[in-house]
Design a protein around this ligand. Structure first.
Ligand SMILES: Cc1cc2nc3c(=O)[nH]c(=O)nc-3n(C[C@H](O)[C@H](O)[C@H](O)COP(=O)(O)OP(=O)(O)OC[C@H]3O[C@@H](n4cnc5c(N)ncnc54)[C@H](O)[C@@H]3O)c2cc1C
Length: 387
């Protein structure tokens, strides 16, 4: 009988279109050849490898699922496999592409004016401009309805005051999509680098997502012209719809991080000789690898199905919550298991599991913590909001 591919036990690859397989393989090659050789050092140095941005843009990885504006117009499933391969490299790379695509380009594409789209989307797709998304505030990200950042109308402009916290790409962004409370409801503001009263200092001393920029955003009477306000939405539905898109990509990305750790564990046990035999002969080790394979396969099936729903315009936020919860928990557990199977070697960045495990501590918290997604699924099942 034919030997199964340990990374693809249910042959999900066969369910992908030719274009989706090509997107996956091109991204995989970029990650293997360009990202993996530098990512461990970048992580240790707490440095985002910005030199990779033009190449990611060249490959069509920024805004891959939009039509026009220099975007590749690929399927939602292609975006998924791109996220998977990027996060096989590092969660920081996938976070960059998630934010640029789903948290910055998506709201401009969906809720922006024609002028805003023309002004920003081609540059964001080409990597000539970088964006960030400001929703979380210092007093508690899980409850965005308790938003304190406010914008007040003054003549033809708006005056913005408040603070955002834990913002990916904040200090390197040319444009920040900032969500603020107004008398008309929650609105999205395109705050540009250099606007008076706007500051974006970087957060240092992170032990997770070290190859990614995380920042605070401060707004002190920032004057934002009406032309920079997204006209298409006036409620929390705006930012929440962006998060659904980004979380969908995270469900795939987590699979990539898990596969990197699973690959490394499978290789390691082939050579590590203990008690007169290599570790792969141990029943306990085989059970642990089998458990990884089982959980990765279940996650692959969930994300593939979500891709189908997204491509048919039927994606439900609670379905995304279920998979974000399942897949990130799976990846974190797989990374910790792989770290342990590697013994002492597993604590160095020479091997990827400790880096992935540390990164996944952020991934399980951002874009809705595990508890928040459990509560979302619980609400769907019972009809009762227990937040
Ligand atoms: C590296 C990184 C990058 C990020 N990037 C961005 C970004 O680009 N843009 C952005 O807007 N945000 C970003 N975030 C913020 C992220 O989304 C928030 O950290 C997250 O939503 C949690 O908010 P919090 O940190 O304030 O924790 P809190 O909301 O204070 O939660 C603390 C704890 O309470 C639990 N909890 C909350 N509510 C309940 C409840 N009802 N019942 C039981 N338990 C509950 C949570 O699960 C958690 O364990 C980023 C975060 C990190 C770490």
């Amino acid at each position: 009988m034919e030997q199964l591919d340990p990374r693809d036990l249910y042959a999900i690859s066969d369910l992908l279109s030719e274009e989706e397989r090509m997107a996956r393989d091109t991204t995989a090659r970029f990650v293997d050849e360009r990202a993996l050789p530098l990512i461990a050092d970048a992580f240790e140095e707490a440095r985002f490898p910005a030199e990779l941005v033009p190449e990611m843009a060249e490959l069509g990885l920024l805004g891959s699922y939009f039509e026009g504006y220099g975007c590749a117009g690929m399927s939602g499933t292609a975006y998924g496999v791109i996220c998977q391969e990027l996060e096989r490299g590092d969660s920081g790379l996938r976070s960059f592409v998630s934010v640029q695509t789903s948290l910055v380009m998506y709201p401009i594409y969906t809720f922006g004016s024609d002028e805003q789209k023309e002004r920003w989307l081609p540059d964001l797709a080409a990597g000539k401009a970088i964006g960030c998304f400001g929703l979380t505030e210092p007093h508690g990200g899980s409850d965005p309805s308790n938003m304190k950042t406010v914008a007040k109308k003054k003549g033809g402009d708006w005056v913005l005051n408040g603070a955002k916290m834990w913002i990916t790409n904040g200090s390197i962004a040319d444009v920040a999509v900032v969500w603020a409370r107004t008398e008309e409801g929650v609105r999205g503001f395109l705050v540009e680098k250099g606007m008076k009263g706007f500051d974006a200092p970087e957060v240092h001393h992170k032990m997770s997502l070290r190859a990614s920029v995380t920042s605070a955003l401060y707004f002190d009477d920032v004057i934002v012209p009406e032309a920079n306000v997204l006209p298409g939405v006036k409620s929390l539905r705006g930012p929440l719809s962006c998060l659904t898109q980004a979380r969908y990509g995270i469900t795939w990305g987590a699979i990539g991080a898990a596969i990197a750790c699973y690959d490394e564990a499978r290789e390691y046990v082939k050579d590590r000789e203990l008690f007169g035999r290599t570790l792969d002969h141990s029943q306990l080790v085989q059970a642990r690898l089998a458990e990884m394979g089982r959980r990765i396969t279940a996650a692959q099936l969930m994300s593939w199905r979500l891709g189908q729903l997204k491509d048919h315009g039927k994606l439900h936020p609670t379905q995304v919550s279920l998979a974000k919860w399942n897949n990130v928990r799976m990846a974190l557990d797989v990374a910790r298991e792989a770290r342990d199977i590697l013994g002492g070697s597993g604590i160095t960045v020479e091997y990827s599991p400790i880096r992935h495990a540390l990164n996944l501590e952020s991934v399980i918290t951002y874009e809705g913590t595990e508890s928040v997604h459990q509560l979302a699924v619980g609400r769907e099942i019972t009809g009762i909001s227990a937040f």
